[in-house]
Ligand binder design. Structure first.
Ligand SMILES: C[S@@+](CC[C@H](N)C(=O)[O-])C[C@H]1O[C@@H](n2cnc3c(N)ncnc32)[C@H](O)[C@@H]1O
Length: 258
């Protein structure tokens, strides 16, 4: 574990760090950020009573959350983890393409015993699923990884303080987190292709979201407190419920309903 700790918090926000980390770990290694399924199972069963719900796991890593949910009956899970978005590659050709280390490891590990679950390389900031594909999207610690910025200690989501007053997080943090939530939640006007969508957001417009309108649920588990996270999770036409869990150290379950 020590070997895979980053030199600085900022590395948590890079593809290179995660790729190196997963490549260094044993193929059967797993690590769960914050909480395991058993810690949050009652809450998930309450919020998602339908075991047949189609679930999108955002930034699955090598967490056991998906397999534990599968074994509890939620078999319809699509797992995604990092990949350079097309525009990242296009705009900055010097960026090394993110390799599918963890996705391949997880697919190999589970394809025989848990065949109904699938694994894909995909950037959570540029989802390529059809509209209304999912009932539920789950993020456990993934948005937090994108929030790491210079001097930040995770929980504040890149927000620095000057004379005790919170300053805005860096623009990159705001952009990344907004993109993830937009992709999952918002009924936005988007273009037909990923490239067009990112550069000409109002060309070839159509209305879409990967969550089903009216019944979709976005679950986000983090230790980020509401005053640091609410700004990213509030959207017109959706409701936000926040549950605090844990005893001495608190975690937060943000439940956004479409
Ligand atoms: C803090 S880990 C959380 C892993 C897992 N969700 C858990 O609960 O243990 C963050 C994960 O998000 C992935 N990730 C970071 N940025 C991503 C992005 N833009 N698109 C897809 N996955 C991303 C990383 O590769 C890493 O596996």
């Amino acid at each position: 574990m020590t070997d895979v700790l980053p030199q600085s918090n900022e590395e948590y926000g890079t593809k290179e760090y995660w790729d190196k980390r997963y490549a260094q770990e044993a193929a059967d290694a797993n690590f769960d950020w914050f909480k395991k399924y058993e810690d949050v199972a009652d809450l998930i069963r309450e919020v998602v009573p339908d075991k047949a719900a189609r679930i999108l796991m955002l930034g699955c890593g090598n967490s056991t959350l998906s397999e534990d949910m599968y074994d509890d009956g939620y078999k319809n899970i699509v797992n995604i983890d990092a990949r350079s978005s097309f525009s990242d590659i296009f705009i900055n050709l010097t960026l090394p393409q993110y390799s599918p280390v963890v996705v391949e490891q997880m697919r190999n590990r589970h394809q025989n015993n848990r065949p109904e679950m699938s694994w894909h390389e995909m950037d959570i900031r540029a989802l390529t699923f059809r509209d209304s594909t999912f009932d539920v999207a789950i993020d456990k610690g993934t948005m937090d990884a994108m929030m790491t910025a210079k001097g930040d200690v995770w929980g504040s989501g890149g927000i620095q303080f000057t004379d005790g007053m919170p300053q805005d997080p860096p623009q990159q943090v705001i952009d990344d987190c907004t993109k993830e939530v937009d992709e999952v939640l918002r009924w936005v006007m988007v273009a037909a292709s990923v490239l067009l969508r990112e550069h000409y957001p109002y060309g070839c417009a159509r209305v879409c979201s990967v969550l089903r309108k009216g019944t979709g649920i976005f679950l986000y588990l983090t230790f980020g407190q509401p005053h640091f996270r609410r700004r990213f999770l509030t959207r017109d036409g959706t409701s936000l419920e926040i549950k605090r869990i844990g005893e001495a150290f608190h975690y937060y379950f943000y439940i956004i309903r479409t």
